[in-house]
Design a protein around this ligand. Structure first.
Ligand SMILES: [Zn+2]
Length: 372
C-alpha cells in the first residue's frame, strides 16, 4: 500500500490522471499551398506519380479537414484565408491582419495578433518564405495590418519594421520588381526602406553570408529553389535556442494547370525533406488557404494525366476542358486538407475551422490560448 502510494507520488501528474504528457514543440513549420485544395493534391499525385496517395502530405500521420470561409463570404481569398489561420480570427476578403470591422480599402479594422508576432515577442526566431511576392496576401497576413492587400509599399514597410521583438529574422520571397515600383510610386525606394528598417535587402539566395543569423532576400523571379530557401532559413533560425516559427508558401494555383501541379509535386518533396530533417521537436503542419476549381474527370494508369495544349496556358481561363482534367479559374469553398506530424499533431483531426489552426499551433508551443 505504502509502496504504491510512493510510486503514484513519483509519477508525473499527467500520467496519474491517465493522460500522456506531451512535450511542447520547440519549432513550428507551417507549409501553406496557396489554392492547394484536395482536388489539386489528388491531381498532383496522378500527374507526378501516375497513381493516387503518393504525396507525402497524403501520408502524414494526422489529418483533418478545414473549412475556409471568411467572416462574411463562403469563398475566401488569400488575405482573409491566411489571416484566419495565423490569427484565429476571421475577416473579409482583401483585408490583411485586421478584424471584420475593417472595410477593404476604406476603413482600418482592429489589428490582429499573429502566431509569428507571438513567437517574436517570446524571443523565438521567425521566418517567412514565399515563391509568390513577399508582399503577397499570404505572407503579409503574418506581419502586416492593412485594409487592402494591394497596398504593396505599405506591406513591405511593415515587413521590415512592423513585427515586435527584433523583427522577422528571415524573409525570402519573390516580387522584387513590383515592390520596388510600388515604393518608387510613393517617392520612396527599396534602399530607403531597408536603411530605415536597419536591414540589407539581398537579391539572391547565394548572397546570404555563411555566418548570418538573419536575412532578407527579395528575388526577381518566382522560380527559385524553394528547398534551398527552406534549408537556409532552417540553418539561420535553428541558431536560436528558444526555437522558431517558420511559414513556407508555395503558390499552387492551377489556373495554369501543368505549372500548378508541377509546383504542388515539388512543394510536397520540400515538405517531406524538411519533415525528415527537422526532428521530433518540430510540429510540421500542412494546409491550404482555400481550394481551387480543378477536377479530374478521366484518365487511366500508364498514361499521362495532362494532355492537350491548354494544360500549358496561363491564367484567366474559364471553362477549360482537357481530355482528363477540367478547370475553371476560380477559388472554391469546400474544405481543404490539414496534415501534421510532430508534437501537437494529434490535435489535427475531424472537421476543423481555419481559425482552429492558430489554436493548434499555439497549443503545440504550449502557449495559453487567447479567448476566441
Ligand atoms: Zn490563396
Amino acid at each position: 500500500m505504502r509502496t504504491s502510494l510512493l510510486i503514484l507520488l513519483l509519477l508525473p501528474a499527467a500520467v496519474v490522471s491517465g493522460r500522456q504528457a506531451e512535450p511542447a514543440a520547440r519549432n513550428v513549420i507551417l507549409f501553406l499551398a496557396d489554392a492547394g485544395g484536395i482536388p489539386t493534391l489528388s491531381a498532383a499525385s496522378l500527374h507526378g506519380y501516375g497513381e493516387g496517395r503518393r504525396l507525402f502530405v497524403q501520408r502524414m500521420p494526422h489529418i483533418g479537414l478545414s473549412d475556409t470561409a471568411t467572416a462574411s463570404q463562403f469563398v475566401t481569398d488569400s488575405a482573409a484565408g491566411m489571416t484566419a489561420i495565423v490569427t484565429g480570427q476571421r475577416t473579409h476578403n482583401g483585408v490583411v491582419g485586421q478584424g471584420p470591422d475593417a472595410v477593404r480599402g476604406v476603413k482600418d479594422g482592429a489589428p490582429l495578433t499573429t502566431i509569428l508576432e507571438m513567437a517574436e515577442a517570446r524571443g523565438l526566431a521567425t521566418g517567412v518564405i514565399s515563391n509568390d511576392a513577399l508582399t503577397g496576401a499570404t505572407p503579409a497576413a503574418l506581419y502586416a495590418k492593412v485594409n487592402d492587400r494591394n497596398k504593396t509599399a505599405e506591406i513591405f514597410r511593415q515587413a521590415l519594421g512592423g513585427a515586435p521583438g527584433d523583427g522577422i529574422d528571415v524573409l525570402i520571397g519573390a516580387g522584387r520588381p513590383q515592390v520596388a515600383a510600388a515604393l518608387v510610386a510613393e517617392g520612396s525606394s527599396l534602399d530607403a526602406v531597408a536603411r530605415h528598417g536597419g536591414r540589407t535587402v539581398l537579391a539572391a539566395l547565394d548572397e546570404v553570408p555563411p555566418a548570418a543569423t538573419r536575412a532578407v532576400v527579395l528575388l526577381e523571379d518566382q522560380e527559385f529553389d524553394l528547398g534551398a530557401a527552406v534549408a537556409i532559413a532552417r540553418r539561420l533560425l535553428s541558431a536560436n535556442p528558444r526555437g522558431y516559427f517558420l511559414m513556407v508558401e508555395s503558390d499552387t494555383h492551377t489556373d495554369s494547370i501543368r505549372h500548378g501541379l508541377d509546383r504542388m509535386v515539388t512543394f510536397d518533396r520540400v515538405i517531406e525533406a524538411t519533415a525528415a530533417a527537422a526532428g521530433p521537436d518540430t510540429l510540421v503542419l500542412f494546409t491550404a488557404d482555400h481550394s481551387f476549381d480543378l477536377r479530374v474527370h478521366g484518365g487511366m494508369s500508364g498514361k499521362p494525366l495532362l494532355t492537350g495544349a491548354a494544360a500549358e496556358r496561363g491564367g484567366g481561363m474559364a471553362g477549360v476542358r482537357l481530355p482528363n482534367v477540367r478547370m475553371d479559374d476560380s477559388h472554391t469553398g469546400e474544405e481543404v486538407l490539414v496534415a501534421a506530424q510532430g508534437p501537437g499533431a494529434a490535435r489535427v483531426h475531424g472537421y476543423l475551422a481555419n481559425t482552429d489552426l492558430f489554436r493548434i499551433m499555439l497549443a503545440a508551443f504550449g502557449w495559453s490560448t487567447p479567448p476566441p
